[in-house]
Design a protein around this ligand. Structure first.
Ligand SMILES: NC(=O)c1ccc[n+]([C@@H]2O[C@H](COP(=O)([O-])OP(=O)(O)OC[C@H]3O[C@@H](n4cnc5c(N)ncnc54)[C@H](O)[C@@H]3O)[C@@H](O)[C@H]2O)c1
Length: 450
């Protein structure tokens, strides 16, 4: 099938490469000439495990092409995916400017029947707006459809190739037939293709992200309670996750959710709900708990070291989660900004995100080539991202390099009692180091956690 993907970011590039891998002839278009020039030379604009060889293989086979010529790309595809960004507007609503610009371009170059699919995360009613924008400039034949994307950065290829489900909002049998054919190679192991009406598909994406964000904020609030009452969120999580009605996914407390999706999608859902005349109090609470959570690491650090002004703080992990170089809304950004505002100097390390981070902070932050260099001479270490490389560090070396043995562990990567025994002053999230199983010292001297 001839497929066009407009917008070659995380979603568009992954979708384009995976659709090419199943034999389609895909053109990925983007208005960013630097991105396309890089892709044509085999340089990917993002880090995503497994994506580089997939792109290289399909480009070499001639099934995957990159272009800045959006008009021409529109003429290429029988199915056109819109995968451009939908950043939050000032009022929190999703900004549809890029989506609707692309829709108009599609209308202008419609030369035969095509299915126009919104893959960007867009509020309910957007497919209708896309239809209207296309119809305003053409009398040609087309169908619109909604196909929200559920991939996770860091596991995007696997998620696209082996989805839990494919959601397709359609209202035209020709669209249903083409999209069923396009997606059938990805659901051979039995995952469903869920056809539904277009508004339901649009709401499904927001409902999924809001549910996941809710679980994170819920656990962060339970972690706060655990700290205050002397419970251990690690045990509590196990205690609830073993309940099959609850399950174990997305129950890890941490430094707050970030990334390009949850924060903006919860905001947009609040806006949509208000516009529909309802009080979105639950969604608002999810967001405000998260905003507060993003200050938690800074607060814990201050409790351990006092005023950070003039202190040097090592930060391990800048990406909003492991497996990506995406720093959009990363909790590390909140932490580093708070440190800089308070007069601290920051020495940071991340296995993949330092190029992106340099673009944000330039020389306001020192970047270290390895985790131990970041720690050398620092007054404390903050671990923000759960990269594997940070999971079992040489603690003796870390302690020797630090000026003071202080660790704030935003991901609960380390066992509190062990860290305290090794002589660190340690704070995790929702885990008192004074718990008897976590320390061999006598009660009252175990201490260390805040
Ligand atoms: N990143 C994720 O994990 C993820 C997952 C699911 C859904 N989504 C949704 O998918 C959409 C895209 O997200 P992303 O992370 O890939 O964004 P991104 O910012 O990485 O990529 C968007 C791309 O669209 C291009 N673009 C913008 N306007 C254009 C235009 N008029 N013509 C051509 N190209 C244009 C930009 O240059 C950019 O390269 C968003 O709605 C997002 O919410 C993202």
């Amino acid at each position: 099938m001839r497929v066009t993907v407009i917008g070659s970011g995380y979603v568009g590039l992954v979708a384009g490469a995976c659709l090419a891998e199943t034999g389609n002839h895909v053109v990925c278009a983007d208005r960013d000439p630097g991105k396309i020039a890089g892709l044509n030379k085999g340089v990917l604009p993002i880090y995503e495990p497994g994506l580089a060889p997939l792109v290289a293989r399909n480009a070499a086979a001639g099934r995957l092409q990159f272009s800045t010529d959006v008009d021409d790309a529109v003429r290429h595809g029988d199915v056109i995916f819109i995968a451009v960004g939908t950043p939050p507007g000032e009022d929190g609503s999703a900004d549809l400017q890029h989506v609707l610009d692309v829709a108009t371009t599609i209308g202008r170059h419609l030369d035969r029947f095509k299915v126009v699919v919104t893959k960007s995360t867009v509020p309910v009613g957007t497919a209708e707006k896309v239809r209207t924008a296309i119809r305003a400039v053409t009398s040609g034949d087309f169908a619109v459809a909604s196909n929200p994307e559920f991939l996770k950065e860091g596991a995007a290829i696997d998620d696209f190739m082996k989805p839990d489900r494919v959601v397709l909002g359609v209202d035209d049998p020709r669209a249903e037939e083409l999209l069923r054919e396009l997606y059938s190679p990805f659901v051979r192991s039995g995952s469903p293709i869920l056809f539904m009406d277009i508004p339901s598909a649009e709401v499904t994406k927001y409902a999924a992200n809001a549910m996941l964000a809710t679980r994170i904020s819920f656990m962060n609030q339970i972690a706060d309670l655990c700290e205050r009452v002397g419970a251990d969120v690690f045990a509590v999580r196990q205690g609830i996750a073993s309940d099959s009605r609850i399950g174990s996914a997305f129950l890890f407390p941490g430094p707050g959710y970030g990334g390009s999706c949850f924060p903006k999608d919860v905001k947009a859902l609040v806006h949509t709900a208000r516009g529909a005349g309802m009080a979105p109090d639950l969604f608002e609470a999810v967001e405000s708990v998260n905003d507060r959570q993003k200050q938690v690491m800074f607060n814990k650090l201050q409790q351990l070291v006092g005023d950070v002004s003039g202190k040097r703080i090592a930060v391990w992990g800048l990406a909003f989660k492991a497996g990506t170089d995406d720093m959009r809304e990363s909790p590390a950004v909140s932490l580093v900004e708070a440190l800089l505002a308070a007069g601290a100097t920051v020495h940071a390390h991340d296995p993949e995100a330092m190029t992106v981070a340099r673009g944000i902070w330039g020389d306001r932050v020192r970047f270290a080539n390895d985790p131990y260099a970041a720690v050398d001479g620092a007054d404390a270490l903050c671990v923000v991202t759960e990269w594997l490389v940070y999971r079992t560090p040489d603690f003796a070396r870390v302690k020797a390099l630090l000026r003071a043995p202080v660790i704030v562990d935003g991901r609960n990567l380390y066992e509190p009692g062990r860290l305290v025994r090794l002589g660190f002053r340690y704070a995790g999230i929702g885990r008192p180091a004074t718990h008897p199983e976590h320390s061999e010292g006598p009660p009252g001297k175990r201490g260390g956690s805040v």
